[in-house]
Design a protein around this ligand. Structure first.
Ligand SMILES: Cc1cc2nc3c(=O)[nH]c(=O)nc-3n(C[C@H](O)[C@H](O)[C@H](O)COP(=O)(O)OP(=O)(O)OC[C@H]3O[C@@H](n4cnc5c(N)ncnc54)[C@H](O)[C@@H]3O)c2cc1C
Length: 480
């Protein structure tokens, strides 16, 4: 027999910490054990120290989850409650774009990038308008129940976009978007899943806009006996856990079809923000150019202390290629590519750092799980309780699925489900909303009514460009 506790939470990422916090807030006397495989909390969020000058002083950057936006209510609440600091993402200045067959580098200053002329811009605007309308009909709670599910079921983001985007730059922008959002090429992301994912974030433009937005055995042999378990493991890792009795086929079916992205994040620290001196924002959107370079999206990563840096991602097929090289070779490839946009000063950084998330055994990729084309008929089972096991983690979120905010929402929801069974008197009907025990489950999440059409997708993809940078240092929360 192992140590007896009321609730075991697997994983001390944002979701596990949020679940623990909600359990402890509502029922302070219950005994909770959080099992974390790493020697740190935070999961796919991770703040690291890097040299910030030639004399060896250090500053801090996020090598995992970084940006948050005002519409991400769950993470904004945590920031407010725990007095975390945020600071705005620098975005002013000329931006670079390299899309289309010619791989020509173009610049733009406002929100409208050069999509190869008016025709490309019009195509993109129409396509985004169409996606916004379709997205409102696809709920992340059950994408397969959508009236557009049949039309989209076998489509990838690439195959569906090819039907509407004959302009090469506009078409390629969907690939950069898929890499930035999922760490995967557009040719392997289900279109139905993309729309459901976007809906959970309040709409396609909110996701892509560019302006400021049971017991578990431990290695030590220690075992726990718990009344309930909350798992926050991403699907790719959950499948490695042995369940007795085994998970239902429906749950395995959906979890087996949710791979993690191939995604590495790099931070390049410089003596000065030379790009700003030239009027550049530091923002780059590129198809990688001739020969498939490592860049996809790049942003200014100057810290709140003012240390100049750039941040970017090597994603999808590019990550497969570059993660096989040595770190020095990746650095060389990245700074050489940066210099083609921003000038030769890019070749001489103070420091280059990267993390290949696909090689991290306790994430197995990043930034989040996505669905490949095929039946999403069982997607609703992703958060269905299994006996005494409840599922959290950002992949189960109904708002901002895949993001830190979604992880928090899911953790809070799973905690309420457990309390509803363990301490029913402590849970109101209001708190039950959106849980497995909601007597009136909503057809669509809140976010789907707030969609708005922004003219262009390609400029800077993702909440990536929007936002407010946050230092979430969970150690200071004291939950682990
Ligand atoms: C490079 C990168 C950039 C990102 N950018 C952003 C961004 O800008 N904005 C944003 O909102 N989101 C971003 N994300 C996504 C965000 O970090 C995740 O959505 C969030 O961390 C998910 O939280 P989670 O708790 O669901 O899962 P995780 O953070 O993955 O936490 C799961 C925990 O489980 C632990 N674990 C794994 N296996 C076991 C086991 N067998 N036993 C016990 N514990 C185990 C892990 O160590 C981990 O601590 C990014 C992620 C990455 C990697």
């Amino acid at each position: 027999m192992g140590e007896k506790v009321d609730v075991v939470i697997i994983g001390a990422g944002p979701s596990g910490c949020a679940a623990a916090h909600r359990l402890a807030s509502i029922a302070p006397d219950i005994k909770i054990e959080i099992l974390e495989a790493r020697d740190r909390v935070g999961g796919r969020t991770m703040t690291i120290d890097l040299p910030c000058n030639r004399s060896g002083e250090v500053d801090q950057w996020d090598i995992g989850g970084q940006w948050v936006g005002a519409s991400q209510t769950d993470v904004m609440q945590v920031i407010h409650d725990f007095h975390f600091e945020t600071y705005p993402q620098p975005y002013k200045g000329t931006k670079f774009m390299q899309l289309g067959k010619s791989n020509k580098i173009t610049t733009y200053s406002g929100i409208i990038p050069d999509m190869g002329g008016l025709w490309g811009a019009l195509q993109m605007a129409f396509y985004l308008w169409k996606l916004e309308r379709m997205c409102k009909k696809v709920s992340i709670a059950d994408p397969f129940s959508s009236p557009v599910a049949r039309e989209l079921e076998g489509h990838t983001m690439a195959s569906y976009s090819a039907k509407y985007l004959t302009n090469e730059a506009a078409y390629q922008s969907m690939d950069v978007a898929a890499k930035a959002v999922f760490g995967s090429n557009a040719s392997s992301v289900s279109m139905l899943f993309f729309l459901a994912y976007a809906n959970s974030s309040g709409g396609v433009s909110k996701l892509l806009e560019s302006t400021p937005g049971s017991a578990q055995e431990l290695p030590s042999g220690k075992t726990f006996e718990a009344s309930y378990v909350i798992s926050t493991l991403p699907p790719n890792l959950l499948l490695k856990v042995e369940f007795h009795p085994p998970l239902t086929k429906a749950t395995r079916f959906v979890y087996e079809n949710l791979p993690m992205g191939y995604y590495s994040k790099y931070i390049v620290v410089y003596d000065k923000a030379f790009w700003k001196d030239r009027g550049y924002s530091g923002e780059i959107v590129t198809n990688g150019g001739d020969g498939g370079g490592p860049l996809s999206v790049v942003f200014d990563a100057t810290t709140c202390r003012g240390t100049p840096a750039l941040v970017g991602f090597i994603a999808g097929s590019a990550d497969v290629k570059y993660s096989q090289l040595s770190k020095d070779a990746r650095k060389e490839a990245v700074v050489t590519a940066l210099s083609k946009f921003l000038g030769d000063e890019a070749l001489n950084p103070i420091h280059y750092e990267d993390k290949i998330w696909r090689e991290d055994p306790y994430s197995g990729g990043c930034p989040s799980n996505h669905a490949q084309p095929g039946p999403l008929s069982n997607f609703k089972d992703v958060r269905l309780p299994f006996h005494r096991v409840h599922f959290a983690g950002t992949h189960t979120a109904t708002e901002w699925n895949g993001y830190i905010s979604g992880a928090i929402q899911a953790g809070k929801r799973a905690a309420v489900e457990v309390l509803h069974r363990f301490r029913p008197a402590s849970i109101s009907q209001e708190l039950l909303k959106g849980t497995a025990y909601d007597p009136n489950p909503p057809m669509l999440p809140k976010g789907c009514h707030t969609c708005c059409v922004k003219p262009l997708l390609g400029c800077t993809l993702g909440i990536l460009a929007v936002a407010i940078v946050i230092k979430i240092i969970y150690n200071s929360v004291g939950l682990a």
